[in-house]
Design a protein around this ligand. Sequence first.
Ligand code: GDP
Ligand code: MG
Length: 304
Amino acid sequence: MEEESQKQESDIHRSGFVAIAGRPNVGKSTLLNQLLGEKVAIVTPKPQTTRNRITGIKTAPSYQIIFLDTPGIHRPHSLMNQRMVETALKTLNEVDAVLWLIDVSERIGSEDERIAGIIRESRATTLILLNKIDLIPKPELLPLMERYAALLPGREIVPISALKGENLTLLLELIEKSLPEGPRYYLEGEVTDQTERFLAAEIIREKIFLLTREEVPYATAVTIEEFVEKREKSLIVIKATIHAERETQKGILIGKKGSMLKEIGRQAREEIELLLGCRIFLELFVRVDKDWTHDPRALRELGL
Ligand code: GDP
Ligand code: MG
């Protein structure tokens, strides 16, 4: 009898959509990559690098979780940021569960209370993930958990370290429980529905974030103009444009005698080669699109 009911439980297959929400830099992309065991979202030490929704898919015998890596929820400053907030809110209302990530090494601020307010509005199950627990002394954790329990009563609070992989097995179990019964939407082995083109653009953007400073990374976007597979040579030719807002930024992106652009290209090429498992010929162009971050038409054309 006992055995029979266990067997039935294990026959249940669950599936659904899970949003990863939280302020910029709390570790959303790191968590997604850890859970999937593959790099699908870019991770950098600078905030606000994820502008698009990136989907990751985790398939196990008893479940399939489809993750949405939302742009950070924060106050709108420019038109682009306002779009990001709209995207984030829309996402929260379309999903089965929300993972709200918090960086425990940062203070709780009015921002957090605002986000808590937004999350209280959403119908989805919310798991509050206190991330980066490797950065604080153990005795500080319990009072923090109590503060968040007060902020969002009745929601599950899970301390984790996305970077070190701590508590992620428990997290996956909790996510599984929050999903409705449902089929597999994607084939096993598919980890993202983003195209290779998109991933290539993201990698180039990541290198710009790592190699340039101040406003430059925030003032750039990357579009792929050409992505051609030369099968007979197992080579992919990629031509990409880096859009900057001003001539000065273009100058920085190109660098002395082209040295910066060369380095961005070299690092991006190496990583795209690893990702796609073949040789890449990467050609980068820099173009000034005056004030593209404030221009709705330019944003639409760039797919932001
Ligand atoms: P996102 O903006 O929320 O997507 O944040 P990222 O995933 O890009 O991470 C921002 C920074 O926090 C990166 O430097 C990560 O390596 C770091 N980070 C993420 N999770 C952890 C963690 O659990 N512990 C520590 N020490 N650092 C982390
Ligand atoms: Mg991110």
